[in-house]
Design a protein around this ligand. Structure first.
Ligand code: GLY
Length: 390
């Protein structure tokens, strides 16, 4: 009798497995939707405007090119082109990339890394067209102006609040890829050295014992001491703001790929371990891991998408086979959840974005339960990365 029950259970499990949509089928479905949505989005954008999120009525809200997210729309278009090889998408991607050319002269903050690497960086990576190259190198040098050797970090924001003198946020790890990319192109060693120094200083100061990180550290540049630690966009200063944890995971995974320094791999593995232990069953984090309203608290699809992309890459870098399996399984779970009806938009809805339910800045009262350009960007990146796994 026991054997019959066991066989029936195995048969039921294999039927349910065979019914599960493969990640490659999900990828095809999402890129079909992405082509429709992102082509329609272009028609909704006035000259010089970039997609940002949606307003309370669900209509597209836009920004100018100075907004830190201006590189994500062209970046997503490059991923769509990479996957579909559709020349009409390439034309759109090129047009929305070169619109960011003035950023090389415009006053910017540390986010010039996001803005230029996601747009021009992907343009060069996908097409090999040299016309994109100089902008990457020039903007990387511009980012270096923000580095202070006394503090050993690149300054994030110029505006000062709460007695800040030299604020550095964990998000800044993401901007380092512009420097390592430009270093590969032009060979100027200081570009890579500054990226490594920033990542090492951040590793020393920004993490708690449990591998969660604060959002913002304020430095005293005269002696490199941390004046204080805060979490501006999270639930509380001592809480684990989900997107900050996602930036940390992605940042150290990327810096290990770029430098082969073992301390960065170890950091990424530790952050990844902490996340796999703390993520909810479906893999998409609540906007802050410590919000006391969990499980009623809002989710953040953007943090889920950033983590998914980082976990796919980290699964290929770690030499610990069990960790690699866990990280890939987590990424796949996140991809499946994001591709479900709960998160994936219907064509023609959601302000032409792909994903629903991100949380931009809850304490600031902005971008709450909306689509966001970077949620879409990192979701598409996760799918493209997954499609290249062997
Ligand atoms: N870099 C800003 C954010 O993650 O909201």
């Amino acid at each position: 009798m026991r054997i019959i029950i066991l066989l029936a259970a195995i048969a039921a499990a294999s039927i349910s497995c065979s019914r599960q949509e493969s990640i490659s089928a999900i990828t095809g479905r999402v890129f079909e939707l992405a082509s429709i949505q992102y082509t329609a989005m272009d028609a909704c954008l006035d000259e010089g405007r970039c997609p940002k999120c949606t307003d309370e009525e669900g209509n597209l809200e836009t920004s100018d090119i100075g907004w830190w997210c201006s590189g994500f729309y062209p970046g997503s278009l490059w991923y769509i082109y990479e996957y579909t090889a559709d020349e009409a998408i390439r034309e759109l991607a090129d047009r929305h990339t070169i619109r960011l050319e003035p950023l090389r002269r415009q006053h910017t903050d540390h986010d010039i890394g996001f803005q230029i690497n996601c747009s021009y960086g992907n343009a060069l990576r996908v097409t090999g067209d040299e016309k994109y190259r100089q902008q990457i190198i020039d903007c990387a040098h511009r980012l270096c102006w923000r580095f202070n050797p006394g503090a050993g970090v690149i300054r994030s924001w110029d505006f000062l609040r709460n007695d800040w003198r030299y604020p550095v946020i964990i998000d800044n790890m993401m901007n380092l890829e512009l420097l390592t990319n430009a270093h590969r192109m032009c060979g100027v060693d200081s570009l890579k050295a500054i990226a490594v120094q920033h990542a090492q200083t951040t590793l020393k100061n920004h993490f708690r014992e449990d591998w969660t990180s604060w959002h913002l550290l304020d430095y005293d540049v005269s002696n490199g001491q941390v004046r204080y630690r805060e979490t501006v966009q999270g639930y509380a200063h001592e809480s684990a703001w989900a997107r900050g944890q996602a930036w940390a995971l992605y940042g150290y995974t990327m810096m290990y790929r770029e430098t082969s320094l073992p301390e960065f791999l170890e950091a990424a593995e530790n952050i990844g371990r902490m996340l796999t232990e703390r993520l909810p069953e479906d893999g998409i984090p609540y906007w802050d891991f410590d919000d006391p309203d969990i499980p009623e608290a809002l989710r953040d699809a953007s943090a889920g998408a950033i983590m998914a992309s980082a976990f796919v890459e980290l699964s290929t870098l770690t030499e610990d086979r069990r960790l690699s399996r866990d990280f890939l399984a987590t990424a796949r779970k996140q991809i499946r959840t994001l591709a479900s009806d709960e998160y994936l938009a219907e064509p023609g809805t959601n302000g032409c974005f792909i994903l629903k339910h991100s949380t931009g800045n809850l304490p600031g009262g902005t971008e709450i339960d909306v689509p966001l350009t970077y949620a879409d960007y990192y979701f598409l990146e996760a799918l493209v990365r997954h499609s290249k796994l062997i």
